[in-house]
Design a protein around this ligand. Sequence first.
Ligand SMILES: Cc1ncc(COP(=O)(O)O)c(C=O)c1O
Length: 376
Amino acid sequence: MDLFNVYPLLDIEPVKAEGFYVFDSNGNKYLDLYGGHAVISVGHSHPVYVKQISKQLKKIGFYSNSVQNPLQKELAKKLGRLSGYPDYSLFLCNSGAEANENALKLASFHTEKERVIAFERGFHGRTSAAVAVTDNPNIVAPVNGNHEVTILPLGDVDALEIELRKDDVCAVIIEGIQGIGGIHIPDPEFLKLVQQLCKVHNTVLILDEIQSGYGRSGKFFAHQYAEIQPDVITVAKGMGNGFPVGGVLISPEFEASFGLLGTTFGGNHLACAAATSVLNIMKEEALVENAAKVGEYLIDELKKIPEIKEVRGVGLMIGIEFDQEIAPIRKDLLNEHFIFTGVSGKHVIRLLPPLSITEAEAHRLVVALKLILSKK
Ligand SMILES: Cc1ncc(COP(=O)(O)O)c(C=O)c1O
């Protein structure tokens, strides 16, 4: 059997990783400023994380959601405390798309309405409702195309109000910071108005913090810069530092009932051990604060480079936009300077490093970029 060939691959085989470094099969050491797509939060193979998962695996790795599992309660308590949502409840699942799928379902059950409002350039995953609310027709198959979705320009309050007045919208879904769309931060005033309008029109506000959450922005959630409290928040990526785990944080206004949502693997013992150790490490090492500090330094330094068109983002979620195509720059970063970066389209380099990086590593990127750009 061969693999279903859906990914364009770099010609690199990572065989080991440690902290913010990745080592390939040829013995090369790379600085990881991509974090496997915003997944590595506390650092690769963190010893506390490895120990807690290994210890758990020796006891019990999995049982279904038909028995008591105190690890889930411990995780929910810790997440509630650290994120500033102690009175919300948690539904555990396995990925970002699944978190959004469940959030949308919940909104529809709760309001008994069907239509969803999402925003241009937004990405919410590849399962049915999640992909339907994603602004990319190329990945929406006919089988996903029957959802009632309206996609509006990000920041257009008037258009939003017109749609919400029709009284058929169950949810507005929005990323804390648009990631795949190229690192665009929704205006805090816009977010406040979205929250107000959702309340008036009995519509659930879902904040997709799958990429921008878990400390990446320098606050636990990016929407906390706007001082709003969404009804539902979705998380994944950094939550498990590589272990597949996702979650839906649900406001006390929602009532749970048996069978409303469900999953086989979600919240299994190993996933809980991974996610709990991530929270412990984040707190112990003050990683949210570190993301804010190092991010500010890096953004300031990048803004001083004249060849860069625009630097967007906050904390360690950064987009660097160029007039020129970025493929050659990214190639030089990788092959000559041994630095992994991400992309968004043809003109934006995306940085999503482990939250533990220091200014010294951030500085390495600045030096490398200056060198590369001076030669182009
Ligand atoms: C904002 C956002 N939402 C949802 C997803 C989907 O997550 P997953 O790939 O875990 O299904 C992603 C993935 O990149 C994302 O960036």
